[in-house]
Design a protein around this ligand. Structure first.
Ligand code: APR
Length: 176
């Protein structure tokens, strides 16, 4: 059973075994979490991302999948890059968003990670509404069996995101 915690802060400050990156399919960096991780983590991360592109992800990392690299200078062992779905109000992409969390936990288990920090995937540039993203994130992590992972720490970058996750998590705990 993974213990879920919520933290208001910057994911690049977290001393955990694995930090999950809200990447884009190119794996070549971007803004938001992606930008912060590459900026703070340094060039080794991008070097390994490039190698992944050259090796098995020539067409980029598909949405919903996850892959690990070094964490470079971050206070973490690894970065797990996952690509969230872009919000659509005509197509239900919830399963892809859930897959980001499930696959990140699977990769974390493969690495033998015990603590994993998650951002609120897809809720920035990809415009997914916070509360719905929180519901998908929290239920998926709660319901995914893990081998070595014992803590999933959601790191929310602003009070609005923190409050949304806290409210949804409170509701899920009462209902469960
Ligand atoms: N620590 C924790 N959370 C952060 C940080 C940070 N340093 N910076 C931003 N966030 C939050 C945002 O406020 C948002 O709630 O992470 C959430 C995800 O936002 P984005 O980083 O924009 O990610 P996403 O919506 O999944 O879009 C991914 O954006 O940066 C590009 O290359 C990336 O193309 C990809 C797209």
């Amino acid at each position: 059973m993974t213990n879920i915690t919520l933290t208001l802060g910057d994911i690049t400050d977290q001393s955990v075994d694995a930090v999950v990156n809200a990447a884009n399919s190119s794996l070549l960096g971007g803004g938001g979490v992606d930008g912060a991780i590459h900026r703070r983590g340094g060039p080794e991360i991008l070097e390994e991302c490039r190698a992944l592109r050259a090796a098995q992800y020539g067409g980029g990392l598909p949405a919903g999948q996850a892959v690990a690299t070094t964490a470079g200078r971050l206070p973490a062992g690894w970065v797990i890059h996952t690509v969230g779905p872009v919000w659509s109000d005509t197509e239900d992409r919830s399963a892809t968003l859930a897959s980001c969390y499930r696959e990140s936990l699977r990769v974390a288990d493969e690495l033998g990670a015990r603590t994993v920090a998650f951002p609120a995937i897809s809720t920035g540039v990809y415009r997914w509404p916070l509360r719905d993203a929180a519901r998908i994130a929290l239920t998926t992590v709660r319901d995914t069996d893990t081998r070595t992972v014992t803590e999933a720490r959601f790191v929310l970058f602003g009070q609005e995101a923190y409050d949304a996750f806290a409210e949804v998590w409170k509701g899920l705990q009462q209902a469960h």
